[in-house]
Design a protein around this ligand. Structure first.
Ligand code: ZN
Length: 291
């Protein structure tokens, strides 16, 4: 496999004698990139014939899974009640710690505190690889030949599990307020024109979070934003090992469960709290919202 082979073969690995039978989701379906989620009118995809079945089925999905399961993402995915491909809801469990503070005078008022693990063990390097994939594929939608040019080779190589390029940084922007969250998945990439080495900024919106991926441009200080940067020697991300968020809200009702209730597991969210108790969130009945 060589980078120059990507001109004709697989967009990510350059192979041209494999099978090319599957549609590739640019943003994972599990993060709302499906028509059934109600979040997108058209799924963001790369059509059959561009990415080989081996990349789509194994190499790229490994990074996709890291993104879906990354603790900050799984927190917002659970709170946003983003459904899986088959319609079920997912709990945010691994790598997260939750604490619920109830208002003593009205227990429907709550404050939810959450810590999310973002250490190397959280597979943050693979999260950056998933963003490399999204950046490359989004560029392909804009300009097929640039996405297949040699300057995108290091990004394509990272997307399928290779070394993270030097000069790469990943940012994560939290929403300003829990009442101002847009769950619509979206991606955009802005590269410099015809310049080698490649410089670009990519913005990926999933489950109410905004990811930024930049190459060869120093991170800028922005509100509510964490940055991780690739260390030139180890080629791994360095930065914060923990993130936290706080949500204040009011429930329609608050019920103390004395026994496991009968709501099917795929119709509720269970949040493990640090005291060992569990908080269960069940979606309310659909209501017509005034527009
Ligand atoms: Zn391939």
């Amino acid at each position: 496999m060589s980078h120059s082979a990507r001109i004709t073969g697989c967009l990510t690995c350059g192979n041209d004698d494999g099978r090319f039978e599957s549609v590739e989701h640019i943003i994972p379906a599990a993060l709302g990139n499906t028509e059934s989620s109600g979040l997108v009118e058209r799924e963001l995809t790369i059509p059959k014939g561009e990415i080989c079945t081996k990349c789509n089925g194994q190499r790229l999905s490994r990074a996709d899974r890291a993104l879906i399961q990354w603790p900050p993402v799984s927190v917002f995915r659970s709170l946003g009640l983003i459904r899986r491909r088959r319609g079920g809801l997912a709990d945010a469990v691994a790598g997260t710690a939750w604490r619920l503070v109830l208002d003593e005078s009205d227990r429907r008022n709550f404050s939810l505190h959450v810590d999310a693990n973002t250490s190397p063990a959280s597979r943050r390097d693979d999260v950056a690889r998933a963003l490399c994939k999204i950046a490359l594929e989004t560029r392909w939608l804009q300009d097929h030949s640039d996405a297949r040019s040699a300057r995108w080779g290091p990004i394509a190589n990272a997307a399928i599990g290779g070394e993270l390029p030097g000069g790469l940084a990943m940012g994560l922007v939290q929403p300003a307020s829990p009442f101002d969250i847009d769950f619509t998945p979206n991606a955009d990439v802005l590269p410099t024109a015809n310049e080698t080495p490649l410089r670009f900024a990519c913005r990926v919106e999933v489950v109410g979070l905004v990811f930024l991926l930049i190459v060869s441009t120093p991170p800028t200080q922005m509100p509510r934003t964490h940055w991780w940067t690739v260390d030139d020697d180890t080629r791994t991300l360095e930065g914060a090992d923990l993130m936290w968020a706080r949500f204040d809200g009011r429930a329609e009702s608050a019920t103390r469960l004395t026994a496991p209730n009968s709501t099917p597991a795929n119709k509720r969210i269970v949040l493990p709290t640090v005291e060992g108790a569990h908080v269960q969130i069940t979606p309310g009945a659909a209501r017509d919202s005034p527009s």
